[in-house]
Write a protein that binds this ligand. Structure first.
Ligand SMILES: NC(=O)C1=CN([C@@H]2O[C@H](COP(=O)(O)OP(=O)(O)OC[C@H]3O[C@@H](n4cnc5c(N)ncnc54)[C@H](O)[C@@H]3O)[C@@H](O)[C@H]2O)[C@H](O)CC1
Ligand SMILES: [K+]
Length: 516
């Protein structure tokens, strides 16, 4: 998995390399600019003219490099520059001085006059954005949304906070780009909240700063799946998750238990159970209330059924230590009976709590967190809320997230600390955090965008995939990350028209295509 960093971490990586004498800032700026030019030429081979918008810092410096390199290829290049050249940082100033053409002021009027351009390059702000854009530059950022020409962002669409993935100024102030070319390592803001929609396609230029790799610390956020490097590497660069089953007995691949709701509320459990079996749990059993046993049994074959009378019945079933993972919550009903079942479920096995198992603790989330703490074994429980359920369990973190004070990543990290559980907050951007400090982000955007995955029952399937992978795993966070990736891959493999029932059926094809 690729690491993703904050703007501050990126500045640290860059300055450590320069201070160590491994590279000069000027050389980095040249590599950065050349990487953007290569990406533009690859994406728009017919283009011949560009308008480059350069800011007052090193992001602008990259812009002047891009202008020079495109002009050397006989492109018709126009530069709009911001700020006083003398006030720019040294490498940016040098590249501005090396630009032989004119630099017109970066104004909305000058941008709107540039109608005859094939490409617009946004090199206004990158990792150094410290405050909300205002005045003329804000006006320019808003006008960029109306540009007819393709828009390429250097490092970031200007105005986007690279830690939170939200605009630093008011809504509408971050241009929606067609391509964002970032450097060395992608940043968190490229993948969460509004980041993916503003960035468009994302490419990463390797600046050759290898010294930092593997040294960022265990709490560095991981990206589930990788974005293409520039130039593209051989083969598909995505992760090959831990999908291979163990050879041997079916019990060597674990036994997952999925708890069903009552009569006419049983479909969610069967969806989760089928997903768990397809992803490779050795055995899967649906624990069903006696009144729904016939309904479940009539619709299950490879999946077994067990009569389960409430919390006491569940405790009895779980005396069998061969159950290695449990999924509880989908269509279970909200109330004390579900709370009691959650208390019965927590123990020496992986437990996936979803849907009603979460909402049942809305009145007093601390009751759930105390029950999790009482298990005593770390990272045994995962909570898989959508946005609404997250707000019910973690109102403080949710309020700070809504206010834009913290990122989705930080909100989920705090939720993991508060609850003592792995927390997976669903969305087109899914964030997973563990109490041990690990965190992962998955962004289903651009080529991996699957709007048709927003369909009834898809969440039940995700819970089942996690339970199925956890049943034969010793790492719940990893199981959740792999399941999240597979869930999107299955939806991509099916395409539009998908319903939740299709998802487990696509798992074999995805596994086959991966060479599992
Ligand atoms: N990371 C790397 O390895 C490399 C990065 N490069 C590029 O450099 C920028 C970061 O440069 P920096 O000078 O630190 O910051 P910016 O250019 O993003 O902006 C700083 C500049 O802008 C002013 N400023 C900040 N916010 C505002 C605002 N709201 N309104 C007006 N002005 C603002 C601030 O005061 C500074 O003057 C990185 O993104 C890369 O593109 C290297 O070139 C290559 C290696
Ligand atoms: K930019």
């Amino acid at each position: 998995m690729t690491e993703v960093v904050t703007a501050a971490q990126m500045r640290g990586i860059e300055s450590a390399a320069i201070e160590a004498g491994a590279v000069t800032g000027a050389a980095l700026m040249e590599r950065a600019g050349a990487g953007v030019v290569a990406a533009i030429l690859r994406q728009w081979p017919e283009a011949q003219s560009a308008t480059i918008l350069c800011g007052p810092g090193n992001n602008g410096g990259d812009g002047y490099v891009i202008a020079r390199l495109l002009a050397e290829r006989w492109w018709d290049v126009r530069v709009l520059g911001m700020g006083d050249a003398e006030a720019m940082p040294p490498d940016a100033r040098a590249n501005r001085a090396a630009w032989q053409g004119e630099v017109a002021p970066l104004t909305r009027a000058n941008l709107e006059a540039a109608t005859d351009t094939d490409i617009v390059v946004d090199a206004i702000f990158g990792t150094g954005l410290t405050r909300a854009p205002a005045g003329e530059v804000l006006s320019v950022l808003k006008a960029l949304g109306d540009c007819a020409a393709p828009l390429v962002a250097v490092d970031a669409p200007s105005g986007l906070c690279l830690d939170r993935g939200i605009p630093l100024a008011r809504e509408g102030s971050v241009p929606k780009c067609d391509l964002t070319v970032t450097f060395e390592v992608p940043k968190i803001g490229h993948f969460i909240a509004d980041g993916p929609a503003c960035c468009g396609a994302l490419e990463v230029v390797d600046l050759g700063l290898s010294h930092w790799r593997g040294k960022l610390g265990a709490d560095t956020t991981r990206l589930i799946d990788a974005v293409p490097m520039v130039p593209p590497t051989e083969g598909t660069p995505h992760i090959l998750p831990n999908f291979r089953k163990k050879t041997g007995h079916k019990y060597d691949n674990g036994h997952a238990l999925v708890v069903s709701g009552g009569p006419s509320k049983t479909g969610a459990a069967r969806l989760a159970a089928r997903a768990a079996l397809r992803i490779g749990a050795g055995l899967v059993t649906v624990a069903s209330p006696p009144t729904a046993l016939a309904e479940n049994a009539m619709q299950l074959t490879a999946i077994m059924t067990r009569r389960c009378g409430g919390a006491a019945g569940l405790s009895e079933i779980l005396e069998d230590a061969r159950f290695t993972a449990l999924c509880l919550g989908p269509s279970l009903g909200v109330g004390e009976q579900t709370r009691a079942m959650v208390r019965a479920a927590l123990g020496p096995r992986f437990v996936v709590l979803d849907a009603d198992a979460l909402t049942s603790f809305e009145e007093d989330p601390s009751e759930l967190f105390e029950a999790i703490a009482a298990v005593g074994e770390p990272e045994r429980v995962i909570l898989t809320p959508h946005g609404g359920e997250f707000g019910r369990l973690f109102p403080d973190e949710n309020a700070a997230l809504d206010a834009g004070d913290i990122s989705k990543l930080d909100a989920v990290r705090e939720a993991a600390q508060r609850s003592g559980a792995v927390v997976l907050l669903k969305g087109a951007d899914t964030v997973i955090a563990s109490p041990d400090g690990r965190s992962s982000i998955h962004a289903a955007h651009c080529a991996r965008s699957v709007p048709w995955l927003a369909t009834a029952g898809a969440g039940d399937v995700l819970a089942g995939l996690i339970a199925g992978l956890a049943a034969r795993s010793d790492d719940l966070h990893r199981a959740a990350a792999d399941a999240t990736w597979l869930h999107v891959e299955a939806a991509r493999a099916f395409g539009p028209g998908l319903i939740a029932e299709d998802l487990p059926e696509m798992v074999p094809r995805v596994l086959r295509d991966m060479g599992v």
